[in-house]
Design a binder for this molecule. Sequence first.
Ligand code: ACK
Length: 304
Amino acid sequence: QVLRGLDLQTGFFTFRQMKAATNNFDPANILGEGGFGAVYKGELLDGTIIAVKQLSAKSRQGDREFLNELSLIAGLQHPNLVRLYGCCVEGTQLLLVYEYLENNSLSRALFGPKESRLKLDWPTRKKICLGIARGLAFLHEESTLKIVHRDIKTSNVLLDADLNPKISDFGLAKFEEEEKTHISTRIAGTIGYMAPEYALWGYLTYKADVYSFGIVALEIVAGKNNTRYRPDDDYVCLQDWALVLQQKGNLMELVDPTLGDEFNKEEAIRMIKVALLCTNSSPTLRPVMSEVVKMLKGQTHVPE
Ligand code: ACK
């Protein structure tokens, strides 16, 4: 029974299969709670390890359009996107079946409980940052769907066995509302990562993701959580601190001290400058993700 790589035309999983895969949704198999519901680890009969995400009941779940959209999302494949294998619909329950990633989320690796933290050296941090940028460039510019993720944050970036980053939960925000306009009535995002124009007015474009990416990049360089960062009472977030350091001409101070001397200073400064460009309060002044990729690779100059 080969269930790997199915699209939803043929890739509906049965509830019975999911029960078997997760040992009857054994709480011991819960990987964590996501924004949409619990995530279970499971194993298919062919040995494929999966992550099963439970979505809470929503009226749209049974409708054809919803399933069509989901099948399009399942068709999106990129090395930096978590693969959606298929789904399982039963009554008001919806289960999404994803590839399983061994190394949990980037937020856990960077600032989780001590025992779950990973030592991420500079080449790995660079690889992670570039990989997220590539995944987003694909979603925004290359994929058939042209998706705005809306909730880019370190806990939505998962790491595989080789610490390659993969973006999860893309396409899910779409299902939270029906409007096709640029103005969202319901804001799907996370405080601290949300672009100001989106948080304040619900004005949503690809540039909202670019902003969130910038915050994630700052967190990767600094090894600190943006929203919990309080070096003193003057700066409540990393981004403020980075701006102050930029003015002082002392961006190096932002770099994670646990890296010691084992990092390339030029690359670190470049990553911070790209991040600050991405978090510009004006969306039109933020670069698009394909430009970010080139800047991170040092192929194009980072404007001051
Ligand atoms: O940091 P984590 O262990 O990694 O906590 C979250 C939690 O479930 C809620 O989202 C984990 N998780 C989500 N999707 C997957 C997946 N495809 N593979 C492995 N872990 C996952 C995530």
